[in-house]
Design a protein. Sequence first.
Length: 279
Amino acid sequence: MQTHSSPAPRHVGRGLRIAAAWLIALLMFSPIAWMVLTSFKSELVAFSMPPRWLFRPTLENYHEIFDRADYLHYAWNSVVTAGGATLLGMLVAVPAAYAFAFHPTRHTRGVLLWMLSTKMLPAVGVLVPVYLICRSLGLLDTRTALGVVLTLINLPIMVWMIYTYFRDIPRDILEAARMDGAGLMDEICRVLLPMARGGLASTALLCLILSWNESFWSLNITTSQAAPLAALVASFSSPEGLFWAKLSAVSTLACAPILVLGWFSQRQLVRGLTFGAVK
């Protein structure tokens, strides 16, 4: 007489994994939800203890933000600097990753590790030389300087990610393209880039998010003309203290564009981050 094992333990394990995933997602999303809720509270309600979940929503904080500052000016600076840094970074990272992946030398590994090690340097350690260079070139408080700095700080991560994606592509495909008469640009543009488009998209999206959220360099090499949304958020902290409702409102306005972009691009991002994981 044969006995069959019950599928119940497998269903229980699957249910526990799903519950754990939902719990982690809720824990990660809760600060964002709390920020959005607080943005619709008055300052008195925002400071009340214990926190009040039922309250009369108000748009007073948003009205004050638009009356006090030119939100579109800061948002446009963020779009130009983050978008420009992403585009420039991709233009540099793709050829570099191609050379590392398909034409390696005995120094390739060392160069890659050196690039990654630059991310371990505290940003404040190079603030003075970067500031002096920007001042001597007349680039302080310009989108050009901020865009170039954002490109340089994200370039090691971009090169490493694209290098990983390129390394998973079989060399035989490129060799077959060469035998068919494909030149270097045809090999890269018509063969390599289409095959790695998921990885390239995830790399570009990650660089865009990192550039959009960068605050240290935004606050130190810009003042007004090129200041992005990170500087607008910082301007709502004052010596009198933090106004939580207004700070939550301006933070919501600063995070909303990149959150919407990330939401609509999540499938492409996950596909790119898992590129080459399953053969």
